[in-house]
Design a protein around this ligand. Structure first.
Ligand SMILES: Cc1ncc(COP(=O)(O)O)c(C=O)c1O
Length: 358
């Protein structure tokens, strides 16, 4: 029997046919004029999505590569930094920073809540941190941070603001320049509707000042090297050209829909998902005020194993959901409603959950 797949995980998301077709074009010279035009156009397009005029580097990696690039281009071993940890991706920043020898403090919050501005203000009053790292959208818990407010507080204490917007960008507004975000990281396989393989990192003037003092080892991720080549419309190393074709098409689709409408679509999908789950009497991890537009984390009914439920939903209906991470493993499941996702996808997902629970 035909088994249609519904990829309802929070990335990679399904890829529209337009993008698949665009990526199947023949290869071109990555040092030739055609690639120069492509790189310039996609860089401008991603900057619009981030609402920034800062430098932007498109690098061949998943989101974690972008996070690592952010770290090594602004810091030296021993530098004091703070990570606002509201979930597994906050923990990832901690691991990267420790691997490169930064002096890391954590401001950890209970899973399912967003960072509390007053707690951040208090923590920043205790020590001078060079940079503060945080998530725009925490994918492991389905929580959206108030980046504007948090950034205001971080600025008042004079630290650099580094934001992981890997799953958040395009699902909710993020005003890089207006909110003073020094480094913002995003990735292709989330709301950009592309396969994994590209990450996007914006880098402010203040971040460049830190770069000049930064002594963490780097080669492939060295932004100065990337800047030198970007001025010629090139990457220092061979780029994944097919993904750039896809990115051009993705940006066209985003432009056709309108950036603000893209946010609004995600907000509606969030509301629809949460209402449907609540109607099934399921308990949601995040409260309405902090809920992510990209992913919803939900508990199964008491006594039911979340991973067993997911397995049944996948086998019976072909709907793929994500599991819990870290301490939430086996306790929750997550529904991704970002990227190439519409109301019909949410209807199918909610009904398959309902049927399996029945
Ligand atoms: C918020 C967030 N940050 C970082 C990452 C890491 O990205 P990747 O798995 O693409 O390396 C992810 C991936 O799900 C994410 O959701």
């Amino acid at each position: 029997m035909l088994k249609k797949q519904y990829l309802m995980i929070p990335g990679p998301t399904s890829v529209p046919e337009r993008i698949v077709r665009a990526m199947s074009r023949e290869m071109i010279n990555h040092r030739g004029s055609e690639f120069v035009n492509i790189l310039n156009e996609v860089s401008l397009g991603v900057k619009k999505c981030m609402k920034t005029d800062n430098d932007l580097y498109i690098i061949p990696s998943s989101g974690t590569g972008g996070m690592e690039a952010a770290v090594v281009n602004i810091l030296s071993p021993g530098d004091p930094v703070l990570v606002i940890n509201i979930g597994a991706f906050g923990s990832r920043f901690v691991k990267i920073l420790k691997a490169y020898g930064a002096d890391v403090d954590e401001l950890k919050f209970e899973r399912g809540v967003r960072a509390v501005p007053e707690d951040l203000d208090k923590k920043l009053g205790e020590k001078n941190y060079i940079a503060v790292f945080l998530q725009h959208n925490e994918t492991s818990t389905g929580v959206l941070n108030d980046v504007k407010k948090l950034s205001e507080i971080i600025h008042a204490h004079g630290s650099l603001v580094v934001v992981d917007a890997v799953s958040g960008l395009l699902t909710a507004d993020l005003r890089t320049d207006e909110w003073g975000l020094d480094v913002v990281v995003a990735a292709s396989q989330k709301a950009f509707m592309l396969p994994p393989g590209l990450s996007f990192v914006s880098f402010s003037y203040k971040a460049w000042e830190c770069y000049e003092k930064a002594k963490m080892p780097k080669f492939y991720w060295d932004f100065k090297f990337m800047k030198k080549f970007a001025e010629k419309g090139q990457n220092p190393f061979t780029p994944p050209v097919s993904l750039y074709y896809g990115l051009l098409e993705s940006l066209k689709m985003i432009q056709e829909e309108g950036l603000e409408n893209v946010f609004e679509r995600h907000r509606k999908l969030k509301d629809m998902t949460r209402t449907g789950l609540k109607n099934m009497n399921l308990k949601l991890l995040a409260c309405d005020e902090a809920a992510s537009n990209a992913v919803t984390a939900v508990f199964p009914p008491d006594g039911m194993d979340a991973d067993m439920l997911r397995k049944n939903i996948k086998e019976k209906f072909g709907v793929m959901l994500a599991g819990g991470q870290e301490e939430l493993k086996g306790k929750i499941f997550r529904i991704g409603h970002l990227g190439y996702c519409c109301e019909a996808d949410v209807v199918v997902t909610l009904n398959s959950i309902k049927e399996c629970l029945r």
